[in-house]
Write a protein that binds this ligand. Sequence first.
Ligand code: F6R
Length: 613
Amino acid sequence: MCGIVGYIGTRQAAPILLDGLSKLEYRGYDSAGVCVFSDAGFQIEKTKGRLAALCELTQDGASLKGTLGIGHTRWATHGAPSHENSHPHLSSNGKICVVHNGIIENYLLLKEYLLAQGKTFVSDTDTEVAANLLEYYYEMEGDLLRAARRAVEKLSGSYALGILCADRPDTMLAVKKDSPLIFGFGKGENFIASDVPAILRYTREVVYLNDGDMVEFTANDAKFYNTLGEVVQKTPEHITWEMSAAEKGGYPHFMMKEIHEQPKALRDTINPRIKNGRVVLDDIKLTPEYLRGIRRIYIVACGSAYYVGCLGKYILEKTCRIPVEPILASEFRYSQPVLGDDTLVIIISQSGETADTLAALREANNLGARTLAIVNVVGSAISKAAHDVIYTWAGPEIAVATTKAYSTQLSVLYLLAMYIGDALGTLPGAEYNAMCKALLQLPDRIEEILTKENLAHIEALAEEFKGHHDVFFIGRNLDSATCLEGSLKLKEIAYVHSEAYAAGELKHGPISLIEDNTLVIAVSCVPELFEKTMSNVKEVKARGANVLGLTTANYEHEITKTVDRYLLVPQTHPLLQPSLNVVPLQIFSYYVALARGCDVDKPRNLAKSVTVE
Ligand code: F6R
């Protein structure tokens, strides 16, 4: 959500800003803009729509001359996507120029005050309030740093701000709270950005700014300050991953690339954590004494990460015999959860920046629970705020719809389930060994799904079913949780309305929606519930539904008796089966989206990193 890039150096800034913004497109946006500073003053170009339009407007940056600038992709919150609301924003007298990611919650109050002080506004945005507030304090203080400090003291909400001042043609200021921002050290040039890919082409030495950090920098120097205004030293982290990890690498879309990266991502996440047949979680400090005292586990997350949590309920309850409650982060925070030192709160997030999840994590910390985060982005806000962190080593996930991050999050839950189950003595040795073996084999099993023949088969099914407007996913137990993810994928990237229901629940209401030719996707991979799910399939077939079944290869003969079309996955340990079942559903949604002409990697209205509540 919103992307920021800032540059100071000796090269022309605009092409670097546009290039950086193109690497942040995955975050989701609906307008874009850049401001370059030169002897001519601030030159701003911005436009509603895709970055390509801004590139055209500026002749790929060539029309904006200057070696210092800020760029922005905006995901609309306050005010529609429009030229006026696009960033960068100028203050009333045109001296301060700002780009912003986040939401300033008290902007109306501040706007009223600033209007009374004679400041003027041309947009509906909260960002323009920040620009005018900076101007207001700059006029008072005569010093940009002091003005910025006083201004941010007045802001509530979340922000990452890139700030230019017409009186300081060689300097940029940046500050952040609850929205991501990194600083990149170059040679004779320096950068800020919302995420590493934006600047990786230019530098690998970055600092992940903490909340409250402010940095004042020129091309050759950078001074970091903490919340108290004290100068702090920052040691850069060296980024080791390659730019190719954030490029399509021959695939038509990031989503397809990331689907194919699942075996590697799983190997990277699982293998280093299994040594001599035992799960070793060096990353966390949960002692057997602590684990024995846990009375309840919450799994808190949003979207697909929450659906991993829904699977986690079945997995952890079975292996650890502790009650587990998956809960949406946006609900958890305001539900007055009953927490204490006997509650473990597991937080799941790919980006590590999701505002709802971060807020829920802080709430859990405040209420005295122990928090353990499963996160993909190293150094992200969630990874820093949790008591313990287990990283998923999925690598950068660029497609808005998650695939490999989901799979690695699930694999970490297996590791955790085995770790806790073993410590509590609730997971018998034979079961532990079987899970361990199956876990190590998961990547190979997924590779078996990703064959050319399978992809072609799924593509043909997608072509056959692409015209459906209402789809029902049904399944029982673990399969019902997989259905939630399958249904979300179809909604978000193919814009097909779909519902996921526990198969046994259909007859309590939604079955009234089944009519001739309604598409029902029945996931039936829990062996002891196969017959029961097939009974539910017969119920919908009796009402005219067209049924696409998904089951394990050993049930092929059985499933053909009931469904119209089917997909098969290899069979694995029953608890690990969901890791395989989700893959054909990801591919199915991908092909339906393609067949419907959708923008697979950047679905409308969505953002990769949801940094607003
Ligand atoms: C769906 C999807 C979203 C995210 C959700 C949480 O494909 O990607 O539903 O799972 O926005 O995001 P993170 O995991 O970054 O907290």
